[in-house]
Ligand binder design. Sequence first.
Ligand SMILES: Nc1ncnc2c1ncn2[C@@H]1O[C@H](COP(=O)(O)OP(=O)(O)OP(=O)(O)O)[C@@H](O)[C@H]1O
Ligand SMILES: [Mg+2]
Length: 472
Amino acid sequence: MTRARQSSEGAHRVGVDFGTSNCLVAFAGPQGPRPIALEGDDATLPSVVQVPRMPPPAASLVDTPLDAYEAMQRQSLADALALGARARFGRAALAAAQDDPDGFFFRSPKSFLAADIDPVHRARFQRIVSLMLAHLRECASEAAGRPITQACFGRPVNFGNGTGRDPQLANSRALSLLEAAARDAGWQEILFEFEPVAAALDFERSLQRRQVALIVDIGGGTTDCTVALLGPAAAGEASARSQPVDRADDILASVGDRVGGNDADTALAFAGLMPALGLGLHERSGLPVPPQPYSEAVDVFSVPAQTAFQRAGAAIAATCRRCDETVARQVRRLETLRETGQTLWLVTRAEAAKLALSESAATQTVVALERIEAGLSTRVGAERLGRALEPLRLALERLITEVLAQAGARPEVVYLTGGSARATVLQDAVRRLLPGVPMVMGDAYGSVVAGLAMRAERAFGPGPAARIRPAR
Ligand SMILES: Nc1ncnc2c1ncn2[C@@H]1O[C@H](COP(=O)(O)OP(=O)(O)OP(=O)(O)O)[C@@H](O)[C@H]1O
Ligand SMILES: [Mg+2]
């Protein structure tokens, strides 16, 4: 866990790692970057927002308490905020969502930045992202003892599908939403930097000699790779290479794709948990229970998939009628999932199973599904996790092969960062691709934000290095 060092008094600007799973903020000082505490002593803030519904103003009610309840249920996020609802973030939001399941709850808003969605959803996401970014600015300002308005934000190389038809279109959609949300949140001077380049700048501080490094950042939503020439300046060079202004010449190649730990969670929820809700069983005719609503249910970061699942009630009821009672009883659990809207919770249970399996030598773990049915639980085996991580492993291998080909250089060292880089199957995959190349395990969470803080200081801070061009 990345612990924050307090006291950032006098600081002016920050790096902001707005991650799919976790956010971090850091200042760059003379002694190097310092993450700030975002929640208690923790430097990481889970990327989760909760907003409670608000009782309507008494004057707007016709008469009964029932009117009040219905008015609250009809409330939009904007209505609740206009009525003074206070958003909660991170672990506090997770706890609030547990106590108050009727409130608004959002996880990983970054996942939706690149989506091609209608203006109504887009405005809603902008509001949610801006709530988070305003909270991060508040934390930074409090730590500094002055309003902080200058930041270097991290960005993945590709917000959307990097192999899709037009990744740059998705990137510009995502960046314009992120920038608009940041401005709404009071950030005035904004710069973007590739997340793996930021991690490279952090790793560079530890190098004693110049070398070609492969930086691999495997996060919750995206995986990014950069090949860069890093290290202290060669003797005789005017400026120390560890503090140059523009590193464009040293960044040999960067690639990335929208694939990360979240994909493993979704796959594990489908193959490991959904069998307890009837997936894989058969109708009386011998045909399998249709898998589509199951795959839509676990696809929690897709608005169309979630909408389709919400509308699947009639189809699920029809499936139940085509099944024997023992099978129908299990399929009705899928209907409970739909009615209670607990898809995100189910995928979070799958993530917990992933962590339990990947952080121990256990061959299986038991997952409680009490929100679906009292006393319901299911076992998930380690081999299922291996299969759930398979697409991420294949994408990682493809990205590394691609970035090395683009850079035209063989790395002398590999630096791994990001929470998903803790998965040993992924570390092994990198080792197999680059036998004999030393592999350094970085700070899983703090590396990107440290580099972003240094970048912010160089861009906005005093001295000749100021005002370099944004990276986008
Ligand atoms: N021991 C572990 N094994 C496998 N995955 C892990 C482990 N620990 C954390 N993770 C995963 O790491 C991911 C979070 O990593 P991180 O905080 O680096 O992502 P992020 O920076 O928020 O996302 P991104 O950079 O993609 O926007 C989650 O998917 C989490 O489940
Ligand atoms: Mg990240």
